[in-house]
Unconditional design. Sequence first.
Length: 257
Amino acid sequence: MTIKVYGLLVLVSTASLQVAGTIPLCAFEPPSDVANAVAKKETVEQPPPRTHYLGRKIAITMHYTGAPWLVRESREREEDCNALLKALKLKPGQTVCDLGCGNGFYALRIAPLVAPGGKVLGIDIQPEMLRLLRERAKVAKIDNIVPVLGTLSDPNLPTGKVDLVLCIDAYHEFSHPVYMLRAIRKSLAPGGRLVLAEFREEDPNVPIKPLHKMSKKQVLKELVPNGFRLVEQYDGLPWQHLMFFARDEHWQEPATD
């Protein structure tokens, strides 16, 4: 199968996609040499990536050439984006982080909801994704999105300043989950929350590859030991869990990983 993406021809094996009719239902997965190019951009001090974490195999980060999938026409129907945004209860003046923002599908929707006075930190590890975000924000005349280049182990967030960190269908791709969760925890303002949206592993009718799903049990298995406590859940989305976490103030960071 050949996909034309922003003037490039990208060859994609149909084996990497699950298809219902003509709708691709799993994020584009590049060949391993292309995916590894993302990791090679990191500095020599970068800690080694994990392939598994607490019994879960970590998925490969979606390459920027798959960005059109993020703005597919069917996404609203598959994710009920309006219901997801309503569940976040965003307010003007808040600082929201869209972690793993890609080309800004959600960042552009969140920005008006936190205006005036608020801003969206659009974090991604691929400069190409941030370029697409800037272009889309310019076209939409949105000026309260701040693109930030993160690394595989550090989202480069300000300490104690973020009201909500939103991670949609991205946490399962973190190759350094412990480092990322520690950084997120430190970034939260008083009362701040981390919100994860992940495709439901418990539901076999959700037509997403198993590697790109997470169960509630697995999410709790990973976040609780890293200093978070579950404070709210929203189960009204078609295919995803929406889980809200706050800092566990009684948690003590271990001396070693």
